[in-house]
Ligand binder design. Structure first.
Ligand code: PLP
Length: 444
């Protein structure tokens, strides 16, 4: 093995060296072209190399790149907070800026606990979550994550916060169908609260569409209304983890808008900087911030680079770009177009079990036997094989669990930049078809 000084994700030497990106395409140093069918990790929402963003970067760098958050605020941070408040529903008016989705989730969790403390209630410290979920890699966020594979090594250090099943209609544990099922998987929250005691629970957190742990598992329409009602009735805050879904990915600025639920707290990341800067945020509603403002006036979270002016200016430029080019309003129709083409592939390949998702966040689950939904054996490494084959053909897709238990099952996420054109969608699907054809031949 050639000597390297970098710890690469897989510790091997097969990662190509990137050269540059433009639109939905990436080019490596060997001159190979890739269609970015996953926006990296569902991040590059406006595509690569957008000149307006590069200009905004330069403009901000000429003024100031860094100030410490307790010494100065900046025009970029103030304007970004105002923009986010104007783009999000309800009165989610307060932004706490951090640098990654994991930090946003950690901050959301701390805000929820602090909210109750400032109201004089010290016992509400648990934040419940669902199995088959991913909320981040730091220990607090990992405690919330119902992703058995990512938890495994650290279990003794983690809290047991995942307590209920996800809304995984393809493999419903009750063998029922929505909406006649009565959303029993959401009702599980009521039972969990009774067992644990609402006096111990600060909040419940969920992803609107389950990403890395489940391959775009999408809740049926009224699911989150049931969840929010249970939270409200038990004095428990509802945190939406919109790190993956936020800022247009599913066809609305927040995915929760489509579920007609306004969360108390929202975690944002990925699409906020669209890969041009590390930036994320926890948003709090007036209700949540009120006792904090009336009390200690300090949110007990923060990082050296929180509200970094450079990152804030970039995020502001990304959000303005989304708005100016009316990108989000086209996501639903682009998503439908992509979904319909993928459904045609489902008819051709028996190893495609389910195709699901919302907007341009779609998932494909692979099974050994479509009729019985039998998963492939874990050691067959199906997801890894398909991802590698696609990459060989010049297509990037994102690996995910299939939601069976966060480890078993195979699925990929297809989530190209929101700026993708119709003909690029066709190219993406044709590369995917070639990949599946190759995989089909390998299986014989
Ligand atoms: N929350 C969700 C829903 C995510 O998908 C992710 C990352 O995939 C995170 C949180 C963690 O974000 P980050 O990797 O930026 O720390």
């Amino acid at each position: 093995m050639e000597r390297t000084y970098l710890i690469k994700p897989s510790l091997d030497d097969t990662l190509p060296m990137i050269d540059y990106g433009k639109g939905v395409y990436l080019y490596d140093r060997e001159g190979k072209k890739y269609l970015d069918g996953a926006s990296g990790a569902v991040t590059a929402n406006i595509g690569h190399g957008v000149s307006e963003i590069l200009e905004a970067m330069q403009e901000q760098a000429k003024k100031i790149s860094f100030v410490y958050r307790s010494q100065f605020t900046s025009e970029a941070a103030e304007k970004l907070a105002e923009k986010i408040s104007s783009l999000t529903p309800g009165d989610l008016n307060w932004c706490f800026f951090v640098n990654s989705g994991s930090e946003a989730v950690e901050t959301a969790m701390k805000m929820a606990i602090q909210y109750w403390q400032e109201k004089g209630i010290q016992t509400k410290t648990k934040v419940l979550s669902r199995w088959v979920s991913y909320h981040g890699i730091t220990l607090g966020a990992l405690s919330l994550s119902g992703h058995t594979g990512r938890r495994a090594r650290f279990v003794p250090l983690l809290e047991d916060f995942p307590v209920i099943n996800p809304p995984y209609c393809y493999r419903c544990p009750y063998s029922l169908r929505a909406p006649s099922c009565g959303f029993l998987c959401a009702q599980e929250l009521e039972h969990a609260i009774k067992r644990i005691g609402a006096q111990h629970i600060a909040a419940f957190i969920a992803e609107p569409v389950i990403g890395a742990a489940g391959g775009a598992i999408t809740a049926p329409k009224d699911y989150f209304k049931v969840i929010k009602k249970i939270c409200d009735e038990n004095d428990i805050l509802f945190i939406a983890d919109e790190v993956m879904t936020g800022f247009g990915r599913t066809g609305s600025m927040l995915a929760m808008e489509q579920y007609e639920v306004i969360p108390d707290i929202v975690a944002l990341g990925k699409g906020m900087g669209a890969g041009y800067a590390p930036i994320a945020a926890a948003l709090a509603s007036e209700k949540v911030i009120e006792p904090i403002l009336a009390g200690t006036k300090v949110v007990m979270s923060g990082h050296t680079l929180s509200a970094n002016p450079q990152s804030c200016a970039v995020s502001l430029a990304v959000l303005e770009y989304l708005e100016k080019n009316k990108i989000v309003s086209e996501v639903e129709s682009k998503g439908e177009y992509l979904m319909n083409l993928l459904l045609q592939l489902k008819n051709q390949y028996s190893f495609i079990g389910d195709i699901r998702g919302k907007g341009l966040l779609l998932g494909i689950e692979f099974v050994e036997d479509a009729a019985n939904k039998t998963p492939f054996p874990r050691n067959a490494q199906i997801t890894q094989t398909i991802i590698a084959l696609a990459k060989e053909k010049g297509l990037l897709v994102y690996p995910a669990g299939a939601g069976i238990d966060g480890v078993n099952g195979d699925s990929i996420i297809v989530s190209p930049p929101l700026t993708i054109t119709k003909s690029e969608i066709e190219e993406l699907v044709s590369l995917l078809a070639e990949t599946f054809e190759g995989f089909s031949k390998q299986m014989k």
